[in-house]
Write a protein that binds this ligand. Sequence first.
Ligand code: PEP
Length: 266
Amino acid sequence: LVSRDNHPERSTVRVGGVPIGPDTVTLIAGPCAVETPQQTLEAALMAKSAGATLLRGGAYKPRTSPYAFQGLGEAGLRILADVREETGLPVVTEVVDAHDVELVASYADMLQVGTRNAQNFALLQAVGSVGKPVMLKRGMNATIEEWLMAAEYIAQRGNLDIVLCERGIRTFETATRNTLDVSAVPVAQRLSHLPVIIDPSHSGGRRDLVLPLTRAAVAVGADGVIIDVHPHPEQALCDGPQALVDGDLVELARVMRELPAIVGRT
Ligand code: PEP
């Protein structure tokens, strides 16, 4: 279902009316985690000032350590819905458990399946059944074939509104948190008609790499990028070191305004 063999045209997925597909490079930005109403609103306004048309933010956080902040749950979803109301930005947020899919879908415009759940087949089937677009991150240890097969689990339930997200894979390299596999973008786009975006924040894990990796994403033909921003990253409850700050946004806006045109997109 996701293969390009039976569907040669590349697809565009619409999230609350915002297109992600071959004609444009969509900027999704926001806080890694929803912490407070004020922090989420400030991050959303930062995102908007850089040209973001979709808001990201996690209310359910799949953390490596069980002692780390796990997210606000439904209270976080309510904050996201309020901030959507205030800013007009449709919301992309992660769901980590099949039992929560209907609840998260009742607030979100797009459901995110994270790298740690990328082969949680019950979750994939559940998000495929609920009628909302899905962003499927690549498993950090998954081959491109395994990633596409994970997408197939969603599609098989009748939902073809799927966006693939390359977010870095595990390699021997320790200088970056993960290794961004830029070649995954053209490879996946050749094999599948689904849009493919890049997460330069979670791949590098470092603020200083986000803009260089964003440029790489646009240059390699990604259909969008998803970027963490935070008004006060030193106080962030999750992944502060990779969040862009106010001072980075002028350059991010410039990159997103100028680079897509060079590769023939808007
Ligand atoms: C995220 O985007 O909030 C996230 C946890 O990403 P990943 O699943 O890629 O680690």
